[in-house]
Design a binder for this molecule. Structure first.
Ligand SMILES: NCc1[nH]cc(CCC(=O)O)c1CC(=O)O
Length: 309
């Protein structure tokens, strides 16, 4: 019956489609449903259309989610698949995150044209990235680098690198793995000195908060440890009003029934950095993140936040 088909909304990039297909496969396995029980509906977002400037200047995170959320509210789709790191901390009324899939590798990788490591780039070499976090972290280690705009989906960025637009770039290993492109990575960045974006590597599913048909279906594929880690990370981000304009990094890890969090904020030039950590039980995940956010704010002081405002 056509009306029973579950419509999965996603962006149209290769990475987004891979994430939607992974979600569909998990739903099929969890419920013994055939592929025909699902339809993948591609939705163009403003983030896909704006290619000529960093997203931080065009309005930030919500650009990849707004049109998809509208489709969810309108009932054109039944669930939405997102990269958690592109999700704003605030939600439109009536929507909620109904599941997180098991997290992939959280780390960034360096991809060099002629060198294997970021450290080996020649003096003043061009590093292509439009992520303020990657810019700040790279400049912190290599202040001589010429960090420049590098937008577009993963394939576009790899093509630009091949064409010599930059000598190197940084991407999420999770995205490359989902695209079966991890072989292009030259070196994996150490998360102690090059921490990932909050939410990196975790796919999340957004649903209508009152949807009694879809919520039980989706909750069956929720990965608990990932959900706890993301609760902590999103609370940290919320405490800092995290947007694309602020270089913020960090990661929560879950072991047994404990959550450990480390976070970092930087000035865009990477010259000033502040780090914070916190720990506690599962039930405190949100509090650990929020506390860490409040403490790092205090540590950094108000002048720090004025550095890029
Ligand atoms: N901002 C784009 C984006 N959103 C999520 C990922 C990677 C996959 C993930 O973190 O889950 C990427 C590409 C990248 O940063 O390399």
């Amino acid at each position: 019956m056509q009306t029973d088909v579950v419509r999965i909304g996603t962006r149209g990039s290769a990475l987004a489609l891979a994430q939607a297909a992974e979600t569909r496969a998990r739903l099929m396995a969890a419920h013994g449903l055939p592929e025909e029980a699902f339809e993948i509906v591609v939705i163009r977002t403003s983030g896909d259309l704006i290619q000529d400037r960093p997203l931080s200047q065009a309005g930030g995170k919500g650009l990849f989610t707004k049109e998809i959320e509208e489709a969810l509210i309108d009932g054109r789709i039944d669930l939405a698949v997102h990269s958690s790191k592109d999700m704003p901390t605030l939600f439109p009324e009536g929507l909620e995150i109904s599941a997180f899939l098991e997290r992939e590798d959280v780390r960034d990788v360096f991809i060099g044209r002629s060198v294997k490591r970021l450290d080996d780039l020649p003096h003043g070499a061009k590093l292509g990235t439009s992520s303020l976090r990657r810019q700040a972290l790279a400049l912190r280690i290599r202040p001589d680098l010429d960090v420049g705009m590098f937008r577009g989906n993963v394939q576009t960025r790899l093509k630009k690198l091949e064409e010599g637009v930059a000598e190197g770039t940084l991407l999420a290993l999770a995205g490359l793995k989902r695209l079966k492109l991890e072989h292009v990575a030259s070196a994996v960045m150490d998360p102690a000195t090059f921490p990932p974006a909050l939410g990196q590597g975790a796919i999340c599913i957004e649903s209508r908060a009152n949807d009694e048909r879809i919520l039980p279906l989706v909750r069956a594929i929720h990965h608990k440890a990932t959900g706890i880690a993301l609760t902590c990370e999103r609370a940290f981000l919320a405490a800092l009003d995290g947007s694309c304009r602020t270089p913020i990094a960090g990661q929560a890890t879950v072991e047994g029934d404990r959550v450990s969090f480390t976070g970092m904020i930087l000035t865009p030039d990477g010259r000033e950095t502040h780090e914070i950590s916190g720990e506690g039980g599962f039930a405190e995940a949100a509090k650990i993140g929020a506390d860490a956010g409040a403490r790092i704010r205090e540590k950094a002081g108000s002048t720090f936040f004025q550095a890029w405002e």
